[in-house]
Design a protein around this ligand. Structure first.
Ligand SMILES: *[C@@H]1O[C@H](CO)[C@@H](O)[C@H](O)[C@H]1NC(C)=O
Ligand SMILES: *[C@@H]1O[C@H](CO)[C@@H](O)[C@H](O)[C@H]1NC(C)=O
Length: 502
């Protein structure tokens, strides 16, 4: 059979696969999310190796003052505002009647559990690639039970417009996946949409919507990015099915549309998933914006204009805003220091970096660089907490605890095992942490990129160990906070600059 049909049982399987727990998300006020608003407020005896911040700045924000620090808007690039999906700056923030609700540990444990589901799916996806990718061989009717794409709960949201006339859609952006999709109107008839804030996109009211035929390369190449494809028996339209690591999914018609990033940056024929059955914790966003490395991603589809160059800054709190920018723009900032993208493929979508060491408080940890070279490392916008090979994590933890001896350790929160009870401290001093990359770049993390505050009773080192040293390390989004992160994919490099946003 040349064009496999996605059978109804396969659609059913997508449904059945859905067991996500909404427990905390439905109970919590979103604004009590994981804001970590550390700022250097005072000089400290060892300013070169230590951050000193007020403890209360480490705790989730309850009120917000809008960020005044703007981003550098560059004429030759397209800049979108980035907000945290749980933040008061996002449209998704619930009206603040319930803003005094806190879920503290349960809420954070749930967030961290989702994060672990994403990491598990990244690991299992990379393991599949090491052996043989079952998605490339099988017809589109089965989804390997252990495969599954990266989790759908991206934490950061941008707003783009789709269709003619253009309709605004807020999408979670993800450097770990490639397909861009949004919920499409027909899902409401069958009650197969999750709740989103904006009206659901209606392709039938758009003059520029087209279905992609299932016989095209654009359709069949979906399997190379781990997305199932099939053929509608009645219309020969390309059907897609993508499942994320937390059993979120989107199934629908693969189509093309006019994508409007800014009033001057418009892309005709942008390939996207028009999701007819969607489930998951997408936090009120209308879908996903795939920024991965393979050729269905927005990075590839806009390569003629932006030459595979994009950058972002993830805000440090759920109150502040960052940006996602496409294109190099006029000036490149001198402050950006680059390291090479790994040339050895790591799955299809992921951006690999060559980490060789970690510094804590200005001192290089005693970790053999072979620990990093054998596990490899990716940078991911959608993973929250950085994951390290256990050998590296244990060295980091020991050095961090050594320097934090004057603070009382307290119980772990989910995967975070180095937590301090800071309730009787006004300020806290903790060591600076840097990643050392092959080629000489030492990139210091922002002060907000080291700790994860659940409450004053539990402020934790925001790193975790993998199960074993063979699993890939992941530089997560807490550690990217406030850094300007530049992806020069055509130039084969990724760069960083400090204090890119608030
Ligand atoms: C996308 O990638 C696949 C696999 O590498 C390749 O076969 C296909 O030709 C590419 N398509 C485009 C449009 O570049
Ligand atoms: C944290 O420390 C405070 C003051 O020392 C104490 O009252 C509180 O019970 C501690 N919290 C936990 C969770 O241990």
């Amino acid at each position: 059979m040349a064009t496999p049909i996605i059978s109804s049982s396969s659609f059913l399987r997508f449904f059945m696969a859905f067991f996500s727990v909404f427990l905390c998300l439905s109970l919590c006020s979103f604004e009590n999310g994981f804001a970590l608003a550390a700022r250097d407020t005072k000089p400290h005896p060892l300013p070169h190796t230590t951050h000193t911040v007020e403890v209360k700045s480490l705790l989730p924000a309850t009120t917000c003052s809008p960020s005044t620090k703007g981003h550098n808007i560059n004429k030759a690039s397209s800049v979108l505002k980035v907000v945290h999906k749980h933040g008061p700056c996002s449209n998704f923030h619930k009206s603040s009647k319930t803003s005094t609700t806190t879920c503290d540990e349960k809420y954070h444990a749930q967030i961290l559990k989702q994060d672990q589901a994403r990491v598990n799916s990244i690991h299992s996806r990379l393991n599949h690639n090491n052996n043989k990718d079952p998605l490339t061989q099988s017809a589109a009717t089965t989804l390997p039970a252990k495969s599954g794409l990266v989790i759908g709960t991206g934490n950061y949201i941008v707003t783009v417009s789709l269709g003619t006339p253009a309709k605004q859609l807020s999408l979670a952006f993800d450097t770990g996946s490639d397909l861009t999709w949004t919920q499409c109107k027909a899902c409401s008839a069958t009650q197969s949409c999750y709740k989103q804030r904006e009206p659901i996109f209606n392709p039938f009211l758009s003059a520029s919507y087209k279905k992609i035929s299932c016989t095209t390369a654009a359709c069949t190449q979906l399997s190379s990015i781990g997305v199932q494809h099939g053929c509608s028996a009645s219309t020969s339209a390309c059907l897609y099915g993508t499942r994320y690591g937390d059993n979120s999914f989107s199934v629908g018609v693969f189509g093309s549309e006019k994508l409007t990033l800014t009033p001057t940056d418009i892309f005709e024929g942008f390939l996207f998933g028009c999701g007819l059955k969607n489930k998951g914790l997408f936090g009120g966003s209308a879908g996903m914006l795939g920024l991965g490395r393979s050729n269905t991603s927005i990075v590839e589809q806009t390569a003629n204009k932006y030459n595979r160059y994009f950058s972002y800054c993830l805000p440090s709190t759920s109150c502040s805003t960052g940006y996602l920018s496409f294109g190099k723009g006029g000036r490149s900032s001198n402050a950006v220091k680059f390291t090479a993208l790994s040339t050895v493929p790591l799955g299809h979508s992921f951006y690999g970096l060559n980490v060789v060491g970690i510094n804590v408080g200005g001192t290089k940890l005693p970790i053999s660089s072979s620990v990093f070279s054998s596990s490899r490392t990716i940078i991911d916008s959608g993973t929250l907490i950085t994951r390290l090979p256990p050998t590296a994590y244990n060295a980091l933890k020991a050095a961090f605890r050594q320097r934090m001896k004057s603070y009382p350790l307290t119980q772990a929160v989910s995967i975070l095992d180095t937590c301090y009870n800071l309730s009787s401290f006004k300020t806290v001093s903790y060591p600076k942490i840097s990643f050392v990359f092959d080629g000489g770049l030492t990139q210091e993390l922002d002060a907000t990129g080291i700790l994860y505050g659940v409450s004053a009773d539990q402020v934790c080192l925001a790193f975790a160990g993998n199960m074993d040293d063979s699993e890939v390390g992941i530089i997560g989004n807490v550690q990217q906070r406030r850094l300007k992160v530049v992806y020069d994919v055509a130039g084969g490099k990724v760069g960083f600059a400090p204090a890119g946003c608030a």
